[in-house]
Design a protein around this ligand. Structure first.
Ligand SMILES: [Zn+2]
Length: 411
């Protein structure tokens, strides 16, 4: 029995029955959010919170997710499990952080954080009788939706921005999705996807889907469980549309409300200098996020000029003594290399910005006295290998002889 009560409008409070699911409130056009019975959730979690930890992430977190038909989980299961939380070997010490943890969100079945939420969206599409999934995406979400549609026996139509890395496009095509490559950025892909929904009964798995938001809360629960109930001093997120940071914040707030944790971690968001409307609003002390003009960057992700959850993450950062910072291409490329050579972790540009951001804040003296920090690593390096290819020399060809190898290795 789920602890979810139903879908309610964040603006006017009206309830939308699941059987008449839509992305916006029919009364006022406001966003919809899943509400929960936290008393009932608290009772269920008190018995199981530190015990579970293997198998489908949806099965593990049935108590905190809006799932009515758990028997459908196996129909969408691609191996999405709790992602590892590993401790840094060397970068943490160099940065002066006693316990620097990496939350390995890039280990999902399609090599990015998107699978955590797409799995629930695919399940809800089955529960509600849809036959087609759709999504506007900068690449990783499209690949994730394509894979889960394939597994669930659903169709997939994905709308991607013009400059998606070839590796991501090939992955999406391999899963068999219909790919619409839009002449524009993610906002334009999102607009045309929304217009298509007015004519077609498709299930949009995008950032405004309340089930995407609901699923991403579980990352907060996993962090607290893996740390044995300890609240980290700070959690650091790469921020584009901001759903990941906003939903994790909701998860932490729920746990505090239920008395599971005594306080909230400082919520720190990191954007690209190429597109950083939220950092600008934070620095200006403004609650209004002004669209920005996107500058060139080798990252194809995190370039959202009108972040859907922008206001929520500004509030999260301000209420937790957190902050926002932006990093340059040079800074995240250096971090990709450091993570690979010092920690054995190969991530894409978007996956490296959390570590690049915390390094910058510490170097600038803006962040002090943090002993335990969790950085979200969100996408595998193979999703955008050009970030490494463009900066690393391809080795010369050597004769297959010991003397030639020793000479080459200078040993
Ligand atoms: Zn409403």
């Amino acid at each position: 029995m789920t602890c979810a009560i139903g879908l309610f409008c964040e603006n006017c409070g009206a309830e939308t029955p699941e059987s008449r699911f839509r992305l916006k409130c029919a009364s006022c056009g406001g966003s919809l959010d899943v509400k929960y019975d936290l008393e009932s959730m608290k009772n269920k979690l008190s018995e199981s919170f530190f015990q579970s930890g293997s198998g489908s992430v949806l099965k593990q977190w049935l108590d905190v997710l809006p799932i009515n038909n758990p028997e459908l989980i196996d129909k969408i299961y691609l191996g999405e499990v709790e992602t590892p939380l590993i401790c840094s070997s060397s970068l943490g010490k160099e940065l002066g952080i006693e316990n620097l943890y990496y939350k390995m969100e890039f280990t999902g079945p399609t090599l990015s954080l998107k699978d955590r939420a797409t799995s629930l969206c695919a399940l809800k599409a089955l529960e509600l009788g849809y036959d087609t999934l759709c999504i506007p995406s900068s690449g990783n979400n499209a690949a994730s939706v394509a894979a889960y549609a394939s597994k669930a026996g659903l169709n997939a139509v994905v709308f991607i921005q013009k400059d998606v890395s070839p590796a991501k496009v090939l992955k999406i095509i391999a899963y068999g999705a219909r790919v619409v490559r839009v002449d524009g950025d993610i906002s334009m892909a999102s607009n045309v996807c929304s217009e298509m929904l007015e004519k077609h009964r498709w299930f949009n798995c995008g950032g405004s889907n309340p089930y995407r938001f609901a699923a991403k809360r579980t990352v907060a629960y996993e962090i607290i469980r893996r740390l044995g109930g300890l609240v980290p001093d700070a959690v650091v997120f790469p921020v584009g549309g901001a759903t990941g940071m906003a939903s994790a914040y909701t998860g932490f707030v729920e746990m505090r409300t239920m008395g599971m944790i005594p306080s909230l971690p400082r919520m720190i968001g990191v954007q690209l200098e190429a597109c950083d409307p939220i950092t600008r609003a934070f620095d200006e002390g403004s609650e209004v996020i002004q669209p920005v003009t996107i500058k060139p960057s080798i990252s194809d992700a995190l370039k959202n000029t009108s972040p859907f959850q922008g206001k929520q993450v500004l509030k999260a950062a301000r209420e937790t003594n957190g902050m926002f910072v932006s990093v340059s291409d040079e800074e995240f490329i250096r971090t990709i290399r450091l993570l690979a050579t010092k920690e054995g972790l190969f991530v894409e540009p978007a996956g490296a910005v959390s570590v690049a951001g915390i390094s910058k804040l510490l170097a600038q003296g803006r962040l002090k006295d943090v002993k335990t920090v969790v950085c979200m690593l969100t996408g595998h390096g193979l999703n955008s290998p050009q970030a490494a290819i463009d900066t690393e020399a391809i080795p010369a060809v050597i004769e297959p002889e010991v003397s030639a190898v020793e000479s080459y290795l200078k040993i």
